[in-house]
Design a binder for this molecule. Structure first.
Ligand SMILES: Nc1ncnc2c1ncn2[C@@H]1O[C@H](COP(=O)(O)OP(=O)(O)O)[C@@H](O)[C@H]1O
Ligand SMILES: [Mg+2]
Length: 1078
């Protein structure tokens, strides 16, 4: 799939401003704030026009990935957010496509990220340029030259753990297609003093540590070295280990890199031998020895070290020993030898070490060049990368700082020149009127230093070459005379009185106002360092070495080529190389990377504004911006400009047909941007003020929002409509399906209902028919049955007699008869006696005969009773009648009754007729006597009894005296109202008389008789037959008896046995007569 080309711009999503020409207002503070803001958001790169400012992040950021390389590849410089890759890409494409040689100038102070930047540029170019086996090898060699040079030329300093201690300029050569062919490296001014002495907290060059840590024992033995750093005077101990750096591993990397770059094994060996020799040189020590002629002389303390060095380098020990003791000066074919004192000997030793190392370094660079140089002679395109030490301001600044700062002045010079030139060229190219730009030109400072007649470097050389005593002080005096009037030179002793009282300016110093700030230089050591003297005896000794490499490093030691002319001074050498470099750079299209160090602590995320401010100042960034926007702050080609802002005007939106420039003109007219704010170049629009651009940007942003809303609106409308249509379509489908389903369901319901109804109706009809049919059938059956019955009846009627059915009944009746017959016959035999009191009766044989049996028993009993009665005479009948009457009256009422049953009622017990005694009595009574018996009459007054004859006749009751037979009382039966007696076993009874009757005057009678029952019965019967009235007989244990006027209560109580069985009667009081019954 083709990647969609998205038009972007640096202006999109800017943090602060990506290009500081757009800063408004423009001053130091805004510049720093902008850098800080971007730094805080991990935007370490910022532009000033085409210059890239890089702030060291001190941590790895994810912005160098292969994807990022792809992003920046072939994109315009201002299209994406600022990046070192954008600059690299611009430079590379300009080189490849426009045939312009390029140089990339990376400046900044130590630790600001220059070397890293140079590596990033190289790796970017390596990533985007052509590919292929050969090309890759070249790339690899170019890239691998870095670790080699860094091992020998970099060291840990307080500012940077991997500080380049040399300046490096590398030309990368390309063929016409843009494929790399090779390269050339130039090195500048290795800080060789570091070999013999390092400031506090710093280290010697990496290679020494790498060798001692990483070499095998075998190699160490061969080099006569020991692994212990502390064995070597030249290695500072306080910071021999660097955090996060593995020297041993790096040693392997370096050796590997050397192999890739093309070093032969013996060459590597030689190089390491020289390194070892340098290390061991530091261990040679001297002691003073006085000679007879009074001159000081020194002697090597311990010759063992010397011996080993000589073995290692193949130098005759005596030659070297002598070279450390004597100095030969040749003048006018005359050789003069002088002895060296101890200080001189040490100086000579250190000078040798420094020279040996720095020459080795130069040799290494040349050797690398040899390997990486282009193999063809075709015309090459060149991209130069300059990674040179930045401006240095230390507390003690010496010759080195002076030289370095001079170099930076020159770079600034060229920067100004080239920037201005480029600006001017662009104006001419674009046909825009050039306006003069005010800016600070540091040419005057460069002149102060490099002027051939009275420049500082010239003065120094003059001093060094001058016969007579030359010291740093004489040099300063000279400066004071010559440069005093220069406005950038300051010295206490100068003729100019300005600084006479400036205590910040010591006497042994001079101060230069560099473009980046004032720097105070200690004059001490200037002369020596400029001379860079190595005694000829030493160089000759070196030349005599058996070691081929060492020998080649000291060609001036060859006596055949003896050259009495002084070698060029360090200053003039440097000046010359800087001049060459400048010339070289001027022929190329410059690209600037200006590195800034955000803090002194090598720490991530810390932005020290003071420190940055200082760097911004001496890098001249503000100047840079001013120059850049002196005329027009912003320029842009017409096409991207129109592309970016075309939405701001109806005519140009969405498409402008016609040349872009015309479109931009229309656009700017439409937007009513004042004409003085912009100019039309040939291919670019020039905008004077950032304000205008920001206004455009604001309008664009607003318009984009509107457009976004519009797009959103249309899109939403479209989306809603599509959605709606889809919904509608779906709804129809669903409705159709639903209707179908509903109809189906309804139909099925109707169908099933119909079926139900139908089935009911059918059922009903069927049942009706069935009923009719059944009825019909039943009628038929009934008729048949009736007929059958009828016929049956007829037949039966006719034939009943013959039917067996009657037999049952007959049998039944017969059986029954038989049973009854048998029963009766049996009963005849079983009949009990004829005594009416016989209770026996045979048991019942059949249940159904129960009533019959009982009835039979009753009848039989009645029958035998009749039979019994029939035997009686009339008299007997009477007796029984009376007995029956007594039974009815007293049975179960009177306890005396049962004893009376067996006694025959005799009536007249006293045979008055026969007893003469009672002749008179008999005569007195005319009527028939029913009862004549003796009774006890109870005296009502005391309860005592007297015997009386009790007589009952048909009409009267008579009482007569027993002895005399004289009638005592006579009571007609009609006057007897009641007889009372107890329920007990006694014979007492009371005869109550009718009140008012004659008999009643004496009161009721109270008697006691053994024949009470008989007497009471006869009294009752007689009364009934005579008076047709039933005599009232009261049976009660307590009754009232009328005694004359009184009523006395007769009460029967339970008496005791001691009186025998005769009841006793006792009058208790007027009212009570108690009868005790035993
Ligand atoms: N772009 C970067 N990304 C991450 N770290 C960096 C970057 N630039 C520099 N550094 C860090 O800063 C240190 C010093 O950088 P270096 O390029 O050696 O400084 P200089 O050459 O200016 O003295 C590096 O070792 C590295 O740790
Ligand atoms: Mg560096």
């Amino acid at each position: 799939m083709a990647k969609m080309e998205v038009k972007t711009s640096l202006l999109d999503n800017m943090i602060g401003v990506g290009d500081m020409v757009l800063l408004e207002p423009l001053n130091e503070e805004t510049v720093i704030n902008n850098l800080k803001k971007r730094f805080d958001h991990n935007e370490i790169y910022t532009y000033i026009g085409s210059v890239v400012i890089s702030v060291n992040p001190y941590r790895s950021l994810p912005i160098y990935s292969p994807e990022k390389v792809e992003d920046y590849r072939n994109r315009n410089f201002y299209e994406l957010s600022p990046h070192i890759f954008a600059l690299s890409d611009e430079a590379y494409r300009s080189l490849r496509d426009q045939d312009k040689d390029q140089c990339i100038l990376i400046t900044g102070e130590s630790g600001a990220g220059k070397t890293e930047a140079s590596k990033l540029v190289m790796s970017y170019v390596a990533a985007v340029c052509g590919k292929g086996a050969e090309v890759n090898q070249v790339k690899e060699q170019l890239l691998q030259s870095n670790p080699v040079l860094e091992a020998f030329g970099n060291a840990k300093t307080v500012r940077n753990d991997n500080s380049s201690r040399f300046g490096k300029y590398m030309d990368i050569e390309f063929d016409f297609k843009g494929d790399p062919l090779g390269g050339v490296i130039s090195n500048y001014l290795l800080e060789k003093s570091r070999v013999v002495k390092q400031p506090r907290g710093e280290r010697n060059f990496h290679v020494f540590y790498q060798l001692l840590s990483g070499a095998s024992e075998e190699l160490l033995n061969k080099l006569k070295l020991e692994r212990d750093f502390s064995r070597y005077n030249y290695l500072s101990l306080d910071s021999a280990k660097v955090n996060g750096v593995d020297d041993a591993a790096n040693f392997r990397t370096v050796r590997n890199a050397m192999q890739i770059v093309g070093f032969m094994d013996h060459e590597v060996e030689s190089v390491l031998e020289v390194v070892a020799a340098v290390l061991k040189l530091g261990n040679i020590e001297f002691k003073p020895e006085s000679r007879v002629n009074g001159l000081d002389e020194s002697k090597i303390k311990d010759k063992n070290e010397l011996k080993e060095i000589c073995e290692l380098t193949g130098i005759d020990q005596s030659v070297l020993e002598r070279a450390f003791s004597f100095r030969t000066v040749e003048a006018k074919q005359e050789k003069v030898s002088t002895t060296l004192n101890v200080a001189q000997a040490y100086y000579a030793r250190d000078a040798l070490a420094k020279n040996l190392y720095s020459r080795l370094f130069s040799w290494l660079v040349n050797r690398i060049n040899e390997s990486i140089k282009a193999q063809t002679k075709v015309r090459k395109k060149v991209m130069g990368v300059l990674d040179i030490y930045g401006f240095e301001i230390f507390e003690d600044n010496s010759f080195e700082q002076f030289i370095i700062n001079y170099c930076n002045e020159k770079l600034q010079q060229i920067f100004i020149e080239l920037t201005l030139k480029e600006e001017q060229e662009e104006y001419i190219r674009e046909d825009i009127e050039w306006t003069h730009i005010e800016y600070f030109n540091n040419a005057i400072i460069c002149d102060l230093i490099e002027n051939n007649t009275n420049g500082i470097l010239a003065m120094l050389d003059e001093e060094c070459l001058r016969p007579g005593t030359v010291t740093d002080e004489t040099f300063l005096e000279k400066l004071n005379q010559v440069c005093a009037t220069h406005q950038h030179f300051e010295s206490r002793m100068s003729k100019c009185s300005r600084f006479l009282n400036d205590t910040s300016l010591p006497h042994s110093c001079f101060r230069i106002q560099h473009y980046a700030g004032k720097v105070l230089y200690q004059v001490e050591g200037f002369v020596d360092k400029n001379n860079d003297l190595l005694y000829r005896d030493l160089s000759q000794a070196m030349w005599k070495a058996g070691h081929a490499l060492i020998k080649s490093l000291f060609p001036e030691g060859n006596p055949a080529k003896i050259n009495l002319k002084r070698p060029p001074t360090a200053g003039s050498q440097f000046k010359a190389s800087v001049a060459t470099l400048m010339k070289n750079l001027q022929t190329k299209n410059p690209n600037y990377i200006r590195c800034i160090k955000p803090n002194d602590k090598k720490a991530a995320r810390i932005f020290n504004e003071g420190l940055v401010c200082h760097q911004v100042r001496y890098l001249g960034l503000l100047e840079n911006v001013r120059v850049r926007r002196a005329g027009y702050a912003f320029r842009q080609a017409y096409e991207p400009c129109l592309e970016r802002y075309k939405m701001l005007c109806k005519q140009t939106w969405p498409h402008w047909k016609g040349p872009a420039r015309a479109g931009v003109e229309v656009l700017f007219n439409e937007l009513e941007i004042p004409v003085e704010e912009y100019s039309f170049g040939r291919s670019k629009i020039f905008i004077r003020n950032p304000r205008t651009l920001f206004k455009l940007e604001d309008l664009r942003k607003q318009r984009l929002e509107d457009l976004a809303t519009l797009i959103q609106k249309i899109y939403r409308g479209w989306k809603c409509r599509t959605h709606f249509l889809l919904m509608r379509k779906s709804q129809i489908v669903i409705a159709a399906w639903y209707r179908r389903y509903a109809q189906q369901k309804r139909y099925q319901q109707i169908k099933s209902s119909t079926l139900v109804i139908q089935s009911y109706i059918r059922g009903w009809k069927a049942r009706k028919i069935l009923r009719e049919l059944k009825h019909q059938k039943r009628c038929e059956e009934a008729a048949t049955t009736i007929a059958a019955y009828w016929h049956g009846t007829q037949v039966r009627r006719e034939y009943r007699k013959f039917f067996r059915a009657n037999a049952g009944k007959k049998i039944y009746e017969f059986t029954l008869q038989r049973i009854v017959q048998k029963y009766f016959l049996e009963m005849k035999n079983k009949v009990p006696s004829l005594s009416p009191i016989d209770k026996n009766w045979p048991s019942r044989p059949y249940l159904f005969l129960d009533s019959t049996h009982k009835e039979l028993k009753r009848i039989f009993h009645l029958w035998r009773c009749k039979k019994y009665r029939d035997q009686f005479t009339d008299q007997q009948k009477l007796i029984y009648e009376e007995k029956l009457e007594a039974s009815e009256l007293f049975k179960d009422k009177k306890a005396l009754y049962p004893s009376s049953v067996g006694q025959p009622f005799q009536g007249p017990y006293l045979e008055i007729n026969k007893n003469p005694k009672y002749k008179k009595l008999k005569d007195a009574i005319e009527e028939k006597i029913i009862i004549a018996e003796v009774v006890n009459k109870i005296n009502r007054a005391n309860g005592k009894s007297t015997s009386r004859i009790f007589l009952l006749t048909n009409n009267n009751l008579l009482l007569a005296d027993q002895k005399s037979g004289q009638i005592k009382s006579e009571v007609p039966l009609v006057d007897v109202t009641k007889v009372s007696m107890s329920s007990q076993n006694d014979g007492f009874f009371a005869v109550h008389l009718k009140e008012g009757s004659e008999a009643a005057s004496k009161g009721d009678f109270l008697f006691s008789s053994d024949h009470l029952i008989e007497m009471a019965t006869k009294l009752y019967r007689t009364t009934l037959s005579q008076t047709r009235q039933k005599l009232n007989i009261e049976i009660s244990d307590e009754f009232l008896v009328q005694f004359r006027q009184d009523k006395v209560c007769v009460k029967f109580i339970q008496g005791n046995q001691k009186n025998g069985s005769v009841p006793t009667c006792k009058r208790k009081n007027n009212r009570l007569l108690e009868v005790a019954v035993p």
